[in-house]
Design a protein around this ligand. Sequence first.
Ligand code: MG
Ligand code: ZN
Length: 221
Amino acid sequence: MRIPVLVDILEANNLIAQEIRERLEKEGILSLNLMASPGAGKTSLIERTVEALGEEIRIGVIEGDLATSLDAERIAKYGVPVVQLNTGTICHLEARMIKSAFESLPQIDLLFIENVGNLICPTGFDLGEDAKVVIVSLPEGDDKPFKYPSIFRESKAVVINKIDLQPYLKAQVGTLREAALSINLALDVFEISCETREGLSGWYDWVRAQFAAKGEGKTVG
Ligand code: MG
Ligand code: ZN
């Protein structure tokens, strides 16, 4: 017996993702799909990055949330173009949503897609992005990579946020890093705090390098 529903949804998604990818390619836009649990610091990381790189790279943001435009309002304060997607009951972003949001953005160099806060199904939906980035905050525990391996397997980089809270937590930054690398040895790992701004310069350099590589038509490992 054939049960085609899920396969068809994913196939349809992949076709649209391919269209997005071709368009981003043609326009030389780097796109990063940020994924994390709710409250890990996706929006904060975008805020810090816009602050640091907004003068040198034209950044645009697509914000995904079930409800509200609170995160888009935070980003808009930095003067960068932002579109809020409200997904209602859908707990991840799909390519069709990105396609329509992308239409309303002006010419940019770098597109941040902030996925819905969820470590599970955002991994399964190709958005046409150049790379997926998983953000995990230290208070969530240093065993997250073992519990949600696919998101770490699919990502190019992991950003460990809230390391300034280390003195108050049992979870260890080093343990979290090792756990992530044990799932995916190719991950670029950043240990940062969006609050104190420690460790962020390495992240900014990584974003710059991805953008430069996009211009040269290759990806940086
Ligand atoms: Mg957010
Ligand atoms: Zn979902």
